[in-house]
Design a protein around this ligand. Structure first.
Ligand SMILES: Nc1ncnc2c1ncn2[C@@H]1O[C@H](COP(=O)(O)OP(=O)(O)O)[C@@H](O)[C@H]1O
Ligand SMILES: [Mg+2]
Length: 262
């Protein structure tokens, strides 16, 4: 179930390449002179299409910065970011905004739902704003996948935290983005609700072919992924395929031990 899949160019990916997004020699620095902080230090990474990738690393290692740069939410200091074959680091603001709206989905730690809209209206809001008509069959499948069929008329305040985040997951999935980015999407949930949301993310990869990149510091959350990338001091220092919570935890202990002796 969690084996790596390579989708042929002519396959279900609509003629897209097997790499959904990539970074080449990406540097992101904040500030100048003595206060200069290098958050990303010549990062090269390929994000495989149709896979669930987790980004892990200690606080301050550059996880959020990498995600924001890959998603076109932040500019890079140097280097290149590509979404499929589009170099997003070349795009002007307006084109970048359009690309984010049309090709990328986001799930944040705070669910960011509109309180006056019901679950269904929240799910279709981005498409409504973009003037795109939702594909009803797809929408039904997404709602089914995230287990919200009986909750569509409920407002966010009438839903649990886990259900609200499932609405946010459905909202991200509904527009069929090429890639979904999540920064600690289960960070505000208890472990049971978190497991539910992670299970739905997993299903959206397995059953809907979605590509997902998730930042997390939780080994259990990372174990839902196909591949884990480890960041330290703005560099990718390791990666692991088919992780388990235990193997991720062991790897983290290794890093901690090395950090203490170096
Ligand atoms: N807007 C900013 N201004 C200055 N420094 C920043 C900014 N955002 C992040 N940083 C710094 O960049 C480094 C990486 O941050 P971040 O990507 O948020 O790490 P993580 O998500 O792994 O905790 C940290 O040293 C952080 O302090
Ligand atoms: Mg962060």
């Amino acid at each position: 179930m969690t084996t790596a899949v390579t989708i042929p160019k002519s396959g279900g990916s609509g003629g897209r390449t097997a790499v959904a997004a990539k970074a080449r020699q990406v540097v992101k620095a904040y500030g100048t002179g003595e206060t200069r902080v290098v958050a990303l230090d010549h990062v090269d990474v390929d994000i495989a299409r149709g896979q669930f990738t987790a980004i892990m690393g200690p606080s301050g290692s550059g996880k959020s910065t990498l995600m924001h740069c890959l998603a076109g939410l932040d500019t890079v200091t140097s280097g290149n970011i590509y979404l499929d074959e589009t170099e997003i680091t070349q795009l002007k603001d307006k084109r970048l905004t359009q690309l984010r709206r049309d090709r990328i989905g986001f799930i944040f730690q705070a669910f960011n739902l509109l309180p006056t809209l019901n679950a269904l209206e929240n799910i279709t809001l981005p498409m409504d704003i973009a003037g795109r008509k939702p594909d009803q069959a797809w929408l039904d499948r997404v709602v089914e996948t995230v287990g919200l069929a009986g909750r569509l008329k409920h407002r966010p305040t009438e839903l649990s935290g886990g259900q609200q985040q499932r609405v946010a997951v459905a909202r991200a999935l509904a527009a069929r983005p090429e890639i979904i980015f999540g920064d600690e999407p289960t960070g505000n949930l208890d472990s049971r609700a978190g497991a539910e949301v992670l299970g739905f993310l997993r299903r959206s990869v397995d059953e809907l072919g979605q590509t997902i990149v998730m930042v997390t510091h939780d080994p259990v959350a990372a174990s839902y992924a196909d591949r884990v990338l480890y960041l330290a001091d703005g560099r990718i220092v390791d990666e692991m395929s088919n992780p388990t919570a235990e193997s991720v935890l062991d790897r983290m202990k290794d890093f901690d031990a090395r950090g203490r002796t170096s």
